[in-house]
Design a protein around this ligand. Structure first.
Ligand code: ZN
Length: 205
């Protein structure tokens, strides 16, 4: 799999240089797919990726509680692991994008019980308890084509440009949409507008 951790890609911004704010960004599939990836994250992943500083209610404390609790408090060690490293049903669609926001997850890996076990069940969690009493520890490589959308990468269609406002409203790009956002923010003098290109990588994401 290609290492996308250091990848950077350009994003076109329209900036109000007088008030030093972004009016909107013009983006193609690469950026929009990465943006939509955030909707697929389970709560535990959001907190982990933000270093336990998500600020979402008391969720950081809840996550820390699970991390601090003794393993004996859980049905199996895998129960704690799946809370701290939950996996998304959409993770296969999220791999191979311009930025891999959650590079810790390995979407192709599932686990099965020992070879003598008759159960064909697979688990996304290492060490999950099998019905035979054993644990799923043997890695099985899933095919990328098992993604919900076959072999297509990401979520949105290729070849369509989008406009993203600074509060993350995403709309198909059109002159009407652009002018609407400029008007909405009260920009009357077009001379204050400036185009800028920024380069985004995993950290910025
Ligand atoms: Zn088994």
């Amino acid at each position: 799999m290609a290492d996308t951790s250091a990848a950077k890609f350009p994003l076109k911004l329209l900036v109000d240089k007088e008030r030093n704010r972004v009016i909107f960004a013009e983006a193609d599939k690469d950026f929009i797919d990465v943006l939509f990836t955030f909707l697929t994250f389970p709560m535990g992943s959001i907190i982990r990726l933000l270093g336990n500083k998500s600020g979402i209610g008391s969720m950081d404390r809840l996550y820390q509680s699970v991390a601090n609790l003794d393993e004996r408090c859980f049905n199996t060690p895998a129960c704690r692991s799946m809370l701290l490293h939950p996996r998304s049903a959409a993770e296969i669609c999220c791999k191979g994008l311009a930025i891999d926001v959650d590079s810790d997850s390995e979407p192709w890996i599932y686990y099965r019980c020992r070879s003598s076990c008759k159960s064909l069940s697979l688990s996304p969690v290492f060490g999950a308890r099998c019905s035979c009493g054993g644990t799923a520890e043997t890695p099985v490589l899933a095919s990328p084509s098992l993604g919900a959308e076959g072999s297509k990468k990401g979520f949105v269609v290729d070849g369509v440009n989008f406009i993203v406002s600074d509060d993350l409203l995403v709309q198909p790009a059109s002159i009407g949409t652009s002018l609407g956002l400029i008007n909405e923010l009260g920009v009357e003098d077009g001379n204050v507008l400036e185009k800028k290109v920024v380069h985004l990588g995993r950290e910025e994401g």
